[in-house]
Design a protein around this ligand. Structure first.
Ligand code: SF4
Length: 260
């Protein structure tokens, strides 16, 4: 069994999935006029406002209870070192009291691809790196399936940097408090394309609550950056029959990346 077959078998997609070629990626990135869906209120780290309301919203079939949120503060025009230091010392929400350490993010800080999950789990909390457990193994294989590799032109981060207790979903206030850190990461990375993994990430980045199924297969917009929504790997572990849809999303994202 060769490496490609092994990866596709891991994703339960062999021999159904057909791998596509990944072309060389080029700068600069144009703003795509055909992007069809952006944040209801585009968010800049320098212009974020305190929320007027924090509403918990309807549960979806992916990750439950993802709220529509607005960030509550700005981290300003700081660099990577300052941002990492700020996150490391952050106690701005109640999640910090229950976690081992903050989990900032990992990868190529000039990556074209940014994958955004929800928050650290138990193993991520212990190791200080996102997606290192079984969900991380699946994400790595998803990356390999489209000829990507963790740390090489790929950055991986979460919406919240501290582990929610008992792996619950982060609540609206926690997301709103932490979101400026992710926004600043995005500003510094300047990815060509963002993959939102799961309902919490898509809701936080798009600023609207909608069923994940209605968001898939469409090119969204995050402050001028194309954004594609797919399932969270942890959900795919619980619902392996959905892996074929995740592959469709990866192919869609790869196709869109080729146009950039
Ligand atoms: Fe700070 Fe984010 Fe951790 Fe809350 S989750 S304490 S906002 S780093």
């Amino acid at each position: 069994m060769d490496r490609k077959e092994a990866v596709l078998r891991e994703l339960n997609l062999y021999p159904l999935w057909v791998q596509r070629n990944q072309p060389a990626l080029e700068e600069p990135r144009p703003v795509r006029p055909e992007l069809v869906s952006g944040p209801e209120t585009p968010v800049s780290v320098d212009s974020v406002q305190a929320p007027t309301s924090l509403a918990r919203t309807e549960m979806n079939n992916d990750r439950a209870g993802s709220p529509v949120v607005k960030p509550v503060s700005s981290v300003g025009d700081i660099d990577w070192l300052q941002l990492k230091e700020m996150v490391r010392g952050c106690t701005a929400c109640k999640l910090r009291a229950g976690c081992t350490q903050t989990v900032f993010g990992v990868g190529d800080e000039n990556a074209d691809w940014l994958f955004v999950g929800e928050g650290p789990g138990e193993e991520e909390d212990a190791q200080g790196e996102p997606f290192v457990g079984q969900a991380g193994k699946l994400l790595d294989n998803m990356l390999l399936a489209i000829k990507l590799k963790r740390g090489e032109n790929v950055y991986i981060a979460n919406v919240v940097k501290c582990r929610p207790p008992n792996n619950r979903n982060p609540d609206a206030e926690e997301i709103a408090t932490c979101l400026p850190y992710l926004q600043r990461q995005i500003e510094l990375i300047k990815p060509k394309l963002i993959m939102a993994l799961g309902k919490t990430a898509s809701t936080a980045l798009l600023g609207k609550d909608a069923p994940l199924a209605s968001l898939r297969g469409t090119l969204h917009d995050f402050n001028g950056i194309p954004l594609v929504v797919t399932f969270h790997p942890a959900y795919l572990l619980r619902s392996p029959s959905e892996k074929a849809k995740a592959w469709q999303d990866l192919c869609f994202a790869t196709d869109e990346m080729q146009k950039l």
